[in-house]
Design a protein around this ligand. Structure first.
Ligand code: FES
Length: 322
C-alpha cells in the first residue's frame, strides 16, 4: 500500500471499533512503528486514503497508557471523513495518519492544579490528558467538568468511573448528573479555581463562555482547543470576496478568517488543522489587503504568487480570489 500523501506517512491498521454513544465510535489502531505523540494532540487522517481529503481528529488515547492509538469520531451528517470512518472502515483496514500535531497539551504545564472542561465530543483530548495526568502526575489535583446533551451522550462512560468528574446534562433525570448547563455558580464551586490551569475543548460558544467566566473569577492560565470551529451563517454584508473561477461574490464579517468566510458561504476548500500547519487550505489571493499568522507550508514562490493558508489569513479589505 502506498502512502497517499507525504503529510500522512504513518500507516495504521484498525484493530477494533467500539461504539461509545449513539453517534460516536472509537477506532483502535495498531501502529507497527513507534508513533510519537502527546496527550491532547491530534492527527490528520487521509480520508479514503486520498491525498486531497484530510481531516483532523484528536488522538483520544494516551501515550504510555493506552495499548492502541485511538481516534474517537462523531458521525456528522454529510461529513465525508466521519461517515467513512464510522460506517465503512472495518477491522483490518489501513488508515494513514500525519505526525501528531497541536499545542493543546498538559505535559508542558508546570502546575499541579488543573480544571479540565469538555463539551460533547471535545472530551477526546480531555480524557487523553486525564489519563496522562493520572499516570505521570498522580499527585496533581485535577477536576473535570463534562457537559453533554443527555446522559447517553457521555463518551468513555465506563472509564469516567475511575476519575472524579462533574457530569452536566441538558436533560438529565438520572442520578449522577447535574441538569442544565454550565453556569458561573458551578465554576465558583471548584476549589481554588483561580490557582488552576484551566483547559477546555468543545463548541466555540461553550469555550467562549468558559473563558469569559473563569477569567472574571481570577484564572490566569487558560487554554482552549481551537480547531473545533463550527461553520457560521453566511454574512450578507462586511468584507466582499470575489472568486474568478467560478465567478462569484460573497461576504464575511470583519475579523473573520478567509477560511471561515469561504466555509460559511460553501466555497469549496479543504481544511484539517485550522492552525496553519497542514497546508490543506492553500488558497490564492489575487488582490486585496490581508495579514497572515502562518505560512508554514508555503514556498517563497507560492507566497509571491499570492498563496495563503486560508485558516491563517485575516482579510483587511475586500479580496479577489483566484
Ligand atoms: S487547515 Fe491546515 S493549514 Fe489551514
Amino acid at each position: 500500500m502506498t502512502m497517499p500523501t507525504p503529510q500522512c506517512p504513518w500507516r495504521m491498521q484498525v484493530h477494533h471499533i467500539r461504539q461509545e454513544t449513539p453517534d460516536v465510535w472509537t477506532l483502535s489502531l495498531l501502529c507497527h512503528d513507534f508513533y510519537p505523540y502527546q496527550a491532547g494532540q491530534y492527527a490528520l487522517v487521509s480520508i479514503r486514503n486520498r491525498a486531497d481529503v484530510l481531516r483532523a481528529y484528536t488522538i483520544s488515547s494516551t501515550p504510555g497508557v493506552s495499548p492502541f492509538i485511538t481516534l474517537t469520531v462523531r458521525r456528522i451528517h454529510e461529513g465525508e471523513g466521519s461517515n467513512w470512518l464510522t460506517r465503512e472502515v472495518k477491522r483490518g483496514d489501513y488508515l494513514w495518519l500525519s505526525d501528531a500535531q497541536g499545542e493543546f497539551i498538559c505535559a508542558d504545564k508546570a502546575t499541579e492544579c488543573f480544571l479540565l472542561l469538555a463539551g460533547g465530543c471535545g472530551v477526546t483530548p480531555i480524557m487523553s490528558m486525564r489519563r496522562w495526568l493520572a499516570k505521570y502526575r498522580p499527585q496533581a489535583d485535577v477536576r473535570v467538568i463534562y457537559n453533554v446533551r443527555t446522559p447517553q451522550d457521555v463518551i468513555f462512560a465506563e472509564e469516567w468511573r475511575d476519575y472524579p468528574v462533574t457530569l452536566i446534562a441538558e436533560s438529565a433525570g438520572v442520578p449522577g448528573f447535574t441538569e442544565g448547563r454550565l453556569t458561573r455558580e458551578i465554576l465558583q464551586q471548584v476549589p481554588d479555581l483561580a490557582a488552576r490551569t484551566v483547559m477546555t475543548c468543545g463548541p466555540a460558544p461553550y469555550m467562549a463562555f468558559i473563558e469569559q467566566e473563569v477569567k472574571a473569577l481570577g484564572v490566569t492560565r487558560f487554554y482552549k482547543e481551537k480547531f473545533f470551529t463550527p461553520v457560521a451563517e453566511a454574512a450578507a454584508s462586511g468584507l466582499k470576496f470575489t472568486t474568478i473561477t467560478p465567478a462569484r461574490e460573497f461576504y464575511g464579517p470583519v475579523g473573520t478568517t478567509l477560511l471561515e468566510a469561504m466555509e460559511s458561504n460553501k466555497v469549496p476548500v479543504n481544511a484539517a488543522c485550522r492552525a496553519g500547519v497542514c497546508g490543506c487550505c492553500k488558497t490564492r489571493v489575487l488582490s486585496g489587503e490581508y495579514s497572515v499568522t502562518s505560512t508554514m507550508t508555503l514556498t517563497e514562490a507560492e507566497m509571491a504568487e499570492g498563496y495563503v493558508l486560508a485558516c491563517s489569513c485575516h482579510p483587511e479589505s475586500d479580496l479577489v480570489l483566484a
